[in-house]
Write a protein that binds this ligand. Structure first.
Ligand code: F3S
Length: 772
């Protein structure tokens, strides 16, 4: 079942509501006294939930914006908990069009077809669950083999000026089409899917002014590799990277997507570009002419680029003519070395001058342009009688790219020099690579991917992973040495002659259009929900479990009180406690859809301030058969079994790190009702509120040390908060284990909506109560 060339499709569900966005923007402009706006601001502010009241004085870096994203995309690993949460809200369909993409769970072993079949069998229960949930709620389901989330979003959903959320860090890839695409945790995706305002602190905006032209060997990947070296892995935190200037207009849309994709490596919220002719051409080539027409009209109203006088928080000038091919790594994406210096860098480090594998493709670099440039180099080498010196693997980003590569003989050329084409999936980029060579020994791989921390690709901490453009990876694969510079060096041939590559050339769009490939991979757009569908979760499943709604702390015996019931303090956590400490990753990832199983990792790397040990907690109410200490999840489980609600006392910036909602779900699951902190990381604090945990801040930080495990804490004044006095303060009465009592003042950041969540037991319970 093969599609012919793509024709324009029905674009009603994928065209941003430009007239409405322009109207919203006009309202916000008025409130902001018509100050000139950056492009990123225009996109954000036009998506305010309530432009009339939500746009008072917006200060970048300070104001919290309540936003209405237009779309959600989820990959198969993170979609599990997102959907389980969505299901517990009790809605019949998602509030915005949403999609599920099966790409992370496919392991690369021998090649596309066999790997895909194996993955479908070994992950059957997860795929069945995702597919059935998609059907029930009208979510587009992209089955295994259809492609990588970010490539599919770029080909099918992205549109200039759109705001979307994706449950994956490289969601910003869609910025290549001049929009804001932001990577979030499942709880944020659930906000958008349930129609709850999604909150974001107005980011700072970095303007990146591009001039000049890229040289023949340099690619957009080299631009972002270079920039990662300048900004470092933290340089983009809390910021949007907004590119502008003539240099933007000389890039292909897919090249811009590569740049946006790797903005994630410098920690940027996302990246974006003004609408360009290459974006228009890409929309037409991918069957979205109507979106292009609508965008043309929005652009004519000044929506899709920054105002002339817009001010940036920081300005970076880059002349593209100065950019050299660049290789970043090992182990961190900001260690950037220009190709011309890479050989001596390798020598200085004393590394073996050998590449053990070359990998191209992934969500970052598998565009038609990338693949035709790579095929050009492979043809040159083949004509000289060369084949790849090392294992050479290629992951196409989507079925559309794979089919078009095949039709245009790119695949044949690559296979002709020894490449293995893998399934349209993440594969080695996310460690799904069954590699048999170089186990546990130091070796160097060269990839066109985006991340390179230790063990990411093959699980071997000693594998040095270098990031480069697909053309540099390909050219270097023919010599197999790290010191080889394909721009200047030659390869000796058996004939005695020398072979030197000419600069690669490619085509950004296929002249005979894209081939959509196997039609069965394409879900119907915005399918109608089928409410009678049963969501498939096996009774004995160890990976998936229905999320039971948490009960409200103001129900049962406590129904008449508006104060939390008396809580026993489980422990006082010392020092840094990130979401990774609260809910560890690694081997636990397979339980992301099973709250009972994953909760076994609760706080297992946290330090107990009473004694200084890791993963040790005290149980002062233990019965005769139990000891008075246990692991932290062990004690939490004992509390749960006794129906004893509990509290945690924690230090500064509790919950920093990722948006991982498991870090809030797990303590709640075991019965945590309140966390008293010296300070909270904002996203985690909001996640706690969503799950019905009350976060309170010590008004006097030294009170932290006055409360220990086994003490009982009670709120005083919460009732007043509920009576619409959000400015009221809450005091906490502490009863020490020896009977001594005292009260301490606290602060809170609960809004009136968030108080409703607390009262209902969780945000999702609240949503459910409003629809029933
Ligand atoms: Fe997949 Fe790697 Fe991209 S894991 S989504 S191909 S970053």
């Amino acid at each position: 079942a093969t599609h012919a060339t793509l024709r324009d499709k029905d674009c009603s569900s994928i065209t941003p509501p430009y007239p409405l966005l322009l109207e919203n923007l006009a309202v916000v402009r008025k409130h902001l006294h018509n100050r000139p706006l950056t492009l990123a601001e225009k996109i954000l502010y036009s998506h305010l939930f309530d432009p009339e009241h939500g746009s008072g004085d917006i200060v970048r870096g300070e104001t919290y914006l309540q936003l209405r994203p237009e779309r959600v995309a989820m990959q198969d690993a993170s979609a599990q908990m997102a959907l389980l949460q969505f299901m517990s809200a009790g809605l019949g369909r998602t509030a915005v069009p949403s999609s599920i993409h099966c790409d992370h769970l496919i392991q690369a072993v021998t090649g596309a077809e066999a790997d895909l079949q194996r993955a479908v069998v070994s992950n059957q229960e997860v795929f069945d669950f995702l597919e059935s949930a998609g059907k029930k709620y009208g979510i587009e389901f992209w089955k295994p083999g259809s492609g990588i989330i970010h490539q599919i979003v770029l080909e099918n959903y992205a549109a200039p000026g759109m705001l979307m959320l994706g449950t994956d860090s490289h969601t910003p890839n869609a910025g290549g089409l001049g929009m804001l695409a932001i990577g979030v945790g499942g709880a944020d995706a659930v906000d958008a899917m349930t129609g709850t305002p999604w909150e974001l602190k107005a980011p700072h905006i970095v303007g990146i002014h591009l001039t000049g032209q890229l040289n023949a060997w340099a690619t957009p990947k080299d631009l972002i590799l270079h920039l990662a070296g300048r900004l470092t892995v933290k340089g983009g935190t809390g910021r949007i990277l907004e590119y502008f200037g003539p240099g933007v207009f000389s890039q292909s849309c897919t090249g811009l997507a590569t740049v946006a994709n790797m903005g994630a490596e410098v920690g940027a919220t996302t990246s974006t570009f003004p609408y360009t002719p290459s974006m228009r051409a890409y929309l037409h080539a991918t069957g979205r002419g109507p979106v292009a027409h609508a965008a043309d009209s929005a652009a004519s109203h000044g929506f899709l680029s920054a105002d002339a006088e817009a001010e940036y928080d920081e300005l970076i000038e880059i002349n593209l003519s100065d950019i050299e091919p660049t290789i970043n790594g090992p182990f961190t994406p900001d260690l950037a070395t220009p190709l011309s210096k890479f050989g001596s860098f390798v020598q200085e480090q004393g590394w073996k001058d050998e590449i053990s594998a070359g990998l191209i493709g992934s969500c970052t670099n598998s565009s038609y342009e990338d693949m035709t440039r790579v095929a050009d180099l492979a043809s040159q080498a083949k004509a000289a009688g060369l084949t790849s010196k090392i294992p050479f693997l290629c992951t196409p980003g989507s079925e559309q790219i794979r089919a078009t590569m095949q039709r245009d003989k790119v695949t044949e050329i690559l296979e002709g020099v020894g490449a293995v084409v893998l399934a349209n999936a993440c594969g080695p980029c996310i460690g799904q690579w069954k590699r048999d060579d170089h186990k546990d020994e130091e070796n160097a791989i060269l990839t066109s991917f985006n991340r390179n921390f230790k063990s990411r690709n093959d699980g071997n901490r000693l594998t040095m992973n270098f990031l480069a453009s697909p053309t540099i990876v390909t050219a270097m694969a023919f010599f197999g040495k790290l010191s080889f510079n394909p721009m200047t060096d030659s390869i000796p041939l058996p004939s005695g002659k020398l072979f030197k590559f000419s600069p690669p050339s490619g085509q950004d769009l296929p002249s005979s259009g894209f081939d959509a490939g196997n039609a069965s991979y394409y879900p119907s757009p915005v399918p109608e929900p089928q409410p009678d569908t049963e969501v498939v979760i096996r009774k004995d499943s160890q990976r998936l479990e229905i999320l039971e709604p948490f009960s409200s702390p103001f129900s049962g015996e406590n129904a008449r009180s508006l104060e939390l019931p008396a809580l026993t303090v489980l422990m006082r956590v010392r020092g840094k406690c990130t979401t990774d400490h609260i809910s560890a990753a690694g081997p636990w990832l397979k339980y992301k859809g099973h709250l009972t199983n994953i909760s076994e990792n609760l706080l297992i790397t946290a330090v107990n301030d009473e004694g200084g040990e890791v993963n040790v907690a005290f149980d002062h109410d233990h019965d005769a058969s139990q000891s008075d200490t246990d692991t932290i999840p062990g004690v939490a489980k004992r509390f749960k079994s006794r129906n004893q609600p509990w509290a945690l006392v924690v230090d500064e910036n509790y919950g920093e790190g990722s948006a991982r909602e498991h870090a809030a779900l797990q303590p709640r699951f075991y019965g945590c009702a309140m966390i008293l902190a010296r300070s909270f990381a904002r996203i985690h604090e909001t996640n706690l509120k969503k799950q019905g945990v009350l976060p309170l801040w010590f008004a006097d930080k030294s009170d932290y040390g006055r409360i220990g495990s086994g003490d009982v804490v009670e709120t005083i004044g919460l009732a007043e908060l509920f009576s619409d006095k959000t400015e009221a303060t809450v005091r906490v009465k502490v009863t020490k284990r020896n009977g001594e009592t005292f009260e301490i003042p606290t602060k809170h950041t609960m809004s009136s909506d968030q108080l409703k969540w607390l009262r209902a037991g969780s945000a999702l319970n609240h949503i459910r109560s409003t629809i029933n």
